[in-house]
Design a binder for this molecule. Structure first.
Ligand SMILES: NC(=O)c1ccc[n+]([C@@H]2O[C@H](COP(=O)([O-])OP(=O)(O)OC[C@H]3O[C@@H](n4cnc5c(N)ncnc54)[C@H](OP(=O)(O)O)[C@@H]3O)[C@@H](O)[C@H]2O)c1
Length: 324
């Protein structure tokens, strides 16, 4: 039985706790919040036997094998480093750090303490996305020439102090949701040889729309993230022999459509729970095998993804107040 501890009892922590209950041989054993009352309430809701009024108290305790860091982006590095100092294995929400410097420090700590560390890039473990990756790698649609992926929702009605619109919490679209289209292009086509991007900014100073073009030897990817409207969120991967459309919302999809000439296959793969179940299973598999990183989403993958986001940010001039 893998004993999990949740750090930060916010939005995503609730969704994660529901999915955790669906995965065999894993249990929520503790919850840590900056408020003991909030931790107790969360623990009660999901049947966790332990609650802590500070993150460090949980890290010090012997109640958990692995902690899930579910705090805003800006605290991922600090909180994960503290957890690893107490020799805890860590699943850290995306983005692992707000920039490459933070990510590197986290990976160095994991190496030093010999603990497991993984970025919770849940879409990587989604069964449809795994199948699409296999199809592309096995040349099912020939040489890929075009990829289109987006992630958008209307977020301009959110609290300006909250993590989406607040520059002090590394707000904006790129780290929160732009990470997904960048991930898909990286997963299927690798590191681009060049890129260009354009952004629009909000009154709070955060970037709220970014359109990106990644250039590969024989392909172009058109990627977009935005907080000023919804978007369809159907991803398209087109090659010399056919196309794959990942059904909306593609990052949490349940299936895809494969088109080859007149032949159209509508494939429904399905998923368990909301889909966080698969990253939980991956952590379990790694811990049981004594692996300190995942083969499916390795430390190098996290470094590459973060470098790509750093490059996009540099191109469009996104700099957070705490970085200057
Ligand atoms: N994988 C996904 O699908 C997905 C979806 C949504 C979000 N996320 C990621 O999960 C992380 C958290 O997102 P969320 O939407 O759950 O955030 P949220 O609800 O705004 O905050 C999460 C929790 O973090 C804790 N916290 C620690 N320091 C904080 C600070 N300075 N300001 C506010 N809260 C702070 C709070 O918990 P306590 O008060 O209990 O300490 C808060 O409830 C983000 O990095 C995001 O990228 C991932």
């Amino acid at each position: 039985m893998i004993r999990w501890g949740i750090v930060g009892a916010g939005n995503i922590a609730h969704t994660f706790a529901k999915d955790l209950a669906l995965v065999k041989n894993n249990k929520l054993n503790a919850v840590a919040s900056r408020s003991l009352e909030k931790a107790k309430e969360f623990a009660y809701t999901y049947g966790a036997p332990n609650s802590f009024g500070s993150y460090e108290e949980m890290f010090k305790s012997d109640t958990v094998d692995v902690v899930y860091i579910a705090t805003p982006h800006t605290s991922h590095a600090e909180v994960s480093l503290l957890a690893m100092d107490y020799n805890k294995n860590v699943l850290c929400e995306k983005p692992m750090g707000v920039n490459l410097g933070q990510v590197q420090e986290m990976l160095d700590k994991a190496k030093e303490k010999k603990v497991f560390l993984m970025e919770a890039l849940w879409s990587r473990f989604n069964p449809t996305i795994r199948e699409v990756k296999k199809l592309v790698d096995n040349n099912a649609i020939g040489e890929v020439g075009y990829l289109k992926a987006d992630f958008a929702f209307y977020g301009l009605d959110r609290d300006e102090q909250g993590r989406i619109l607040n520059p002090d919490l590394a707000g904006g679209s790129i780290l929160d949701i732009g990470i997904y289209p960048i991930f898909l292009s990286y997963l299927l086509l690798g590191m681009p040889k060049a890129m260009t991007a354009h952004s629009k900014f909000y009154k709070t100073g955060v970037e709220i729309q970014t359109a990106m073009i990644f250039e590969y030897e024989n392909a172009l990817s058109m990627l977009y993230s935005g907080l000023s409207s919804n978007s369809e969120m159907k991803a398209e991967i087109a090659g010399s022999l056919g196309s794959i459309f990942i059904k909306p919302r593609w990052h949490e999809t349940t299936g895809y459509i494969l088109e080859k000439g007149e032949e159209v296959s509508d494939v429904e793969v399905g998923k368990l729970g909301k889909g966080y179940t698969y990253e939980i299973e991956e952590v379990q598999r790694c811990l049981e095998n004594g692996q300190l990183e995942s083969d499916l989403w390795s430390h190098q993958n996290t470094v590459d993804l973060c470098s790509l986001m750093d490059s996009v940010r540099k191109e469009v001039g996104i700099r957070f107040p705490f970085e200057s």
